[in-house]
Design a protein around this ligand. Structure first.
Ligand code: BTN
Length: 251
């Protein structure tokens, strides 16, 4: 059934019909010593989760909902957050090959035509300065028709079908994504994040435009790029450069 050209990512695939969240299953498997590169895929998630404890709508067979267990040999916890950005570039490269004009909204939303197509959720298990494992969760809306999008996101979300008018085979798409993710992960581990800086900036959503950033309070900012360590660089109304490690961008 699978024709996957990777060395380790997805060589072990755990396929589930229905789960609460593939993140939960992946955490369980990781605790039971599942191999580096094990991927959990589900047809449906009943409690799919997004960043900031948001709900992630994951209906039966409409999209790709999967979580990969990554066991980096020697990376510090702070580099784990860069992995999210690397994964975003991998997804963007993979989808750009299909002719889509992909944008990345920092840190990890994949946009097309001003609407969200996919999201990434990275969760890390670390002890002191040692990363035990990372669960890299990716959710992508694939074959949704407009009525399949949850009312609360209808205005803000999209699917590959809505963008291309083509229904896609989920397994093939998963193969393509895993291949790109493995390639980019290896580049990242070998050479670090700096290789991805320019690429990421070329995909950055609304770069150079004024928008709002929420930290302790909400203020105007203009995205100018990302730092070599993955932080977002913006300027404020006083023309001061600010480096953000965690913030929510209101676009
Ligand atoms: C976000 O945009 O906030 C991140 C969304 C991540 C969703 C994926 S779907 C597969 C994995 N399982 C989950 O419960 N969440 C991630």
């Amino acid at each position: 059934q699978w024709d996957l050209k990777t060395d380790w990512l997805g060589q072990e695939i755990v396929y589930k019909e229905q789960v609460k969240s593939t993140q939960l299953v992946a955490h369980e498997l990781a605790r039971e010593d599942a191999k580096h590169g094990t991927v959990v895929v589900a047809r449906e998630q009943t409690e799919g989760r997004g960043r900031m404890r948001r709900y992630w709508d994951s209906k039966d067979g409409l999209g790709l909902w999967f979580s990969s267990i990554i066991r980096p040999m020697y990376i510090e916890p702070k580099r784990a957050s860069q992995l999210t950005l690397v994964a975003a570039v991998a997804i963007a490269d993979c989808l750009s090959k299909k002719g889509l004009d992909i944008k990345i909204k920092w840190p990890n939303d994949i946009f097309v035509g001003g609407r969200k197509l996919a999201g990434i959720l990275t969760e890390m298990q670390a002890e002191q300065d040692f990363v035990q494992y990372i669960i890299l969760g990716i959710g992508m809306n694939v074959n949704h028709e407009i009525e399949d999008l949850h009312d609360s996101i209808k205005e803000k979300a999209t699917s590959l079908f809505l963008e291309t008018r083509e229904k896609m085979n989920l397994n093939h798409l998963l193969d393509q994504l895993l291949e790109e993710l493995e390639l980019k992960y290896e580049m990242f581990i070998e050479d670090g994040f700096h290789l991805f800086k320019e690429k990421w900036e070329s995909y950055a959503y609304k770069i150079g435009e004024w928008l709002q950033v929420k930290t302790n309070n909400t203020w105007d900012a203009k995205v100018i790029g990302i730092h070599e360590d993955g932080a977002l660089i913006v300027t404020d109304r006083q023309d001061q450069e600010q480096v953000l490690y965690s913030a929510e961008i209101i676009w």
